[in-house]
Design a protein. Sequence first.
Lengths: 263, 278
Amino acid sequence: MRRNLWLYRRCLGAQLRATLEYEGDFWIMSVAALLTQGMGFVFLWAIFRAIPQINGWRFWDVVLIYSLVALTEGVAVLLAQGAWTMAVTVNLGGLDTVLVRPFSPLLQVLSSQIGMNGLGNLVLGGSLFVAALVHVHATWTPVRIATAALVFACAPLVKIGLNILTNCSAFWLKTPWSMFPFAFHTLGELARYPLGIYGLAVRLVLSVVLPYAFMSYFPATAVLSLGSAPWLGLLTPVAAAWCLLLGRWAFRRGLTRYESSGS
Amino acid sequence: MTALAAGVAPAVGLRRATRAYRAMSRAAFRSLVAYQTSFLFGLLATTLAAVAMLYLWRSVLAAGTVRGFDWPAMRAYLLVAFVAGSLVSSYVDYRMAGRIQQGDVAMDLVRPVDYQKSRFAEALGFGVYELGTGLVVAAAAAALFGGVPAPARGGVVPFAVSAVLVMPLRFGIVYVSALVVFWTRNYVGVQSARIALVTLFSGGLVPLAFFPGWLQGLAAALPFAGMASTPALLYVGGLSGAAAWRAVAVQAAWTAGLWWLGRAMWRGASRQLTVHGG
């Protein structure tokens, strides 16, 4: 285990150095990430100029949810972007090399790429996150601070687990494109807004079937004591563990189906 | 004899060129239909985003009219914007950028057809399929969220003109941003930056009327408004009379302007292209 984690860190470090070699690309991707996330913020700001609140959620409450999605995306892109390479790797038979190395195949796949837009997402998500925490109406008791630290730290793991799970579809679909997991990624972006705005079916999907809401909405409800059941947010660590286990399970099931490319 | 040949040749050349472009449109359409799984998952992604917007606006407008929009009008606005946004959605620039990065674009330079017109012909071919699927999704969403009012009376003619202009206008911005790859050699970043700017300033998510005055003025003068806001506003009757025609004129001016900008960029780009041997 310790050796696996050490190797994981070393692989990511190598990817980071490789990424920074392409300085122009790095800046273009960072600016693009800032624009993409900044656009969402301007969108919320434009809406809340016209109305004071949506279903009891004020501007900075919603910004907190939104910033958690951006932060989560940044963390996932820096630590586990490799999940998105699975479609190509499986299609071209690239897992052959991975499987003969004495290092957890899943961690090898996860650390096989690092997204250049990660830093832009972290910078903007982090700024919005801090600004939202300053502006929300909450009294910061020690218990609340401890809760916040716990649920916010676990939130990105939910997304990483679900990314692995959806990208494992590569073992079954066998196409070199990641459009299928990308559709689910877009589904996850529905968790940028308070869950209460959606119909029952969407709420069930986002909180139970593919619990994307645990990367943003539920942690925020627990910390802000908002929404119909704030205590649900305390389950974020459980949801994170569940999603990671699901991802690992799907990867192992997938490996038993993997049949290389025959060349 | 020579005079006769000189008179006939351009007409023959034109006919031959038209046939070539039509073949390209057909090929583009067929390639999209042949590999439609990937396209349909992409469409599913944009549909989910649109559904999220519909839910969000339903909650925002639950209390009543905001900035002149009630819930049925907003539904219509968002769905027209969605269909407009589904045109020229990714294939043209994706292909162009790939060929520029790989150097295959050198082959395009020696072909006896105009590069920009060829890409436009392909965009039209893709567009038929994109428009069809976009309309189906919009109709389904409209049914799910309780129908959409008919287009505003009196605004039908400017709406029709504006709707026809959406495709060439969107092509202009997509084409120009794909040519940027000649200089940046990066495509994903340029594309996502372009999508962010277009999504926000086209009014596809939030009508420009929700922006403060200075930002509204800026957005109205930029090419983006014509990509969603103008046709959507004309549909719901948010623009009428002289204001309607002024917005359509801005749209038409940008369509022509971006076409010529694309021409100029192509001339500059093809001069500084580096293709590695092999």
